[in-house]
Design a protein around this ligand. Sequence first.
Ligand code: IFM
Length: 449
Amino acid sequence: MALPPSEEVAPAALQFPQGFLWGVSTSAHQVEGGTRNQWSWWEERGNIRSGEACGLACDWWNRAEQDFDLAAQLGLNALRLSVEWSRIEPRPGEWDGGALERYRGMLSALRQRNLLPIVCLHHFTHPLWFEDAGAFTARGAPEVFERFVRRVLAELGDLCQMWVTFNEPNVYSGLGYVMGEFPPGRTGDLRGAILALSGMGAAHARAYRAIHELQPEAQVGFAHNYLVLEPARRLLPLDGWVAALQRKLFDDAFLQLLARGRLPFPFHLADGSFPDPVQGACDFVGLNVYSRMRVAFDLRFPGQLFGRVFVPHDVPQGDHGVQAPYGEAYPEAIVEAVEAAVPLGKPIYILENGVPDAQDRIRPWLLVNAIRQVHKLIAAGRDVRGYFHWTLTDNFEWTHGWRLRFGLFALDPETQRRHPRPSAALYSQIARGNSLPAEFIRQYSSPPG
Ligand code: IFM
């Protein structure tokens, strides 16, 4: 796609279309505290690299409204959260009215503050009984998920019209079945990863139809993680080949499932079956975009399709994770991600973008330049309708525990005190003005050294 040339001398403020959504994204397990799901089980068995536990998290179960106040004070107009399946259906077919009531309270509180709620139905976590039955690799999982979704719609449907079925099926299946970093902790099980991915695709399609049956005006999508994977050595065909194969599985497979109704060759050979058509089953595409990584051909990594994935030392990066870098902070990734989603022909929302950065060293640069890319895409005719920063308040970052801090607000999990980082005011000014001020473009034209 030809994008308009970038302004070289005196950039003007970049105005966004009326009704553009400026939000933040969160997820239940990372913020609520006290959740009992397959992840808490995983944590209790010492699988968190930082050695920490989620604990109270941001204590949203008791005080989400205080954070909603912060989001409203920033001038945002949307907030994405998720509901925790294990709270709502603690045993198969048994529903917890108190949990549903609490979610009603949260959604009402968002609406009172003029924050459009977007509810995600599965953000990496589910009840242990579902995990024990094989989770999304099991036959019958889509029906079980649909039962849960129907209940949520029946109880919360009057308070929310925008639904995200799944958060990052590619990350869930890749980290859970290939990399061993998420439960169930398998390594190199490519077939398991593909089964989980296709099971989530089938569950998504069932949920899409069920939601529309119950709420015809609903907008239903999914949140897809898009990672820029580039060959480490451009002149080495093997690097190009493994990078392309990894892209096909990680970046393209789920999008293609939605666009064409099946996973791309050769991955479809290992997938489950799709009794319900998946093709076209979404009203919007959500994209979670963070990083760029390099891929080098390496025979020692058969489970990763013979590609060693790494981050060069000389690229802009946020904080280093436990035993591994998080990734290159790469605002241009948004352009590649959006272009990959365009063939679906649906509106696009950037549902996550951010960087782990406790000192707010690089976040202002990332925020400004990511939003600048979004504006370029809109100017070039791409139907991008919202930007959601990950995240409002530091929260529990999965296997990195409390080590990686993504919040616009710093959180001390012991005292539960919040403290705004400079990026909070920056994002607030952008959201309030529905525009990216020229001085921000000038000030953050290059990454901090
Ligand atoms: O914290 C995660 C989130 O749960 C899913 N997307 C990426 C975020 C940052 O790593």
